[in-house]
Design a protein around this ligand. Structure first.
Ligand code: ATP
Length: 244
């Protein structure tokens, strides 16, 4: 690819029926980076993640590691290592924690489908989220909000993702829980070199772990730069991030 980025999004348009939401998004994320997508409600952040995981129809270009993935269906993208943790988490409440995690391994490429690999991945997920080990046989629906978010991320990790898409992981969680969650996301990113795109309302938290950040407004990226620079710029903070 021209920029050499791991994830390269070019002039991406997406929407729902006649409702156009993304109006030409350009985005480049380096391999192993954490990229934060910030912006007000309704800006199109969720739609951008859905576009990257094949859940909405798009026009434009999406390349991952040099491969054109534009308009591939979600299962094909999952096989390419794209894992999406949706807002609201998308775990299966009546199933146990373990069943949810094993489902996460189901869609990945045949290469890693062997039983030993799945067991090793379960172990790996439990090392990141020890609380899940203690709750393996419990229904997902009985977990706290923070534990459910951990389960959702753990399930995504079972896919051995190359690109992890996180939609509002802090939603509805207490600040301490959220901080722990972001600490673990950073550990995963460091240990596995997983590239992460995280959509967050809590700009302060996201900017604390991200390398680059992008502000989306009305379906367009209006600001991009190193997270620390965006965090340090008071004018930006006031205009875009709702800081006082
Ligand atoms: P929020 O933080 O509120 O989730 P967002 O930045 O993630 O906001 P999106 O959820 O991507 O924004 O929504 C962008 C626009 O698309 C909104 O106007 C929303 O009403 C619309 N939209 C979202 N999902 C659908 C859908 N399934 N069908 C039709 N319109 C939708």
């Amino acid at each position: 690819s021209a920029s050499g980025a791991f994830l390269e999004v070019t002039d991406l348009h997406a929407g729902y029926g006649d409702a156009r939401v993304l109006h030409g998004v350009d985005l480049a994320v380096g391999r192993g980076e954490i990229c934060a997508i910030l912006g007000p409600n309704g800006a199109g952040k969720t739609t951008l993640l859905r576009a990257l995981s094949g859940m909405v129809r798009v026009r434009g270009g999406v390349r991952l590691d040099g491969m054109d993935l534009t308009r591939r269906p979600p299962d094909a993208l999952a096989r390419q290592g794209v894992a999406h943790v949706p807002e609201g988490r998308g775990t299966f409440m009546p199933l146990t924690v373990e069943e949810n995690l094993r489902l996460g391994a189901f869609t990945r490429s045949g290469r890693r489908r062997g039983r030993a690999a799945v067991e090793a991945d379960l172990e790996r997920v439990c090392a990141y989220f020890p609380v899940l080990r203690a709750r393996m046989r419990q229904a997902a629906g009985s977990l706290s909000g923070g534990e459910q978010q951990m389960l959702a991320i753990g399930r995504a990790l079972m896919l051995r993702p190359r690109l992890l898409l996180l939609d509002e992981p802090s939603l509805g969680l207490a600040p301490m829980v959220t901080e722990e969650l972001f600490r673990i996301v950073r550990t995963i990113n460091e240990e596995e070199r997983t590239t992460v795109v995280v959509v967050e309302q809590n700009a302060h938290l996201a900017l604390g772990v991200a390398g680059q950040a992008h502000v989306l407004e009305s379906g367009r990226i209006v600001l991009s730069g190193p997270a620390e620079r965006i965090r340090a710029d008071e004018q930006v903070a006031r205009s875009y991030l709702g800081y006082r």
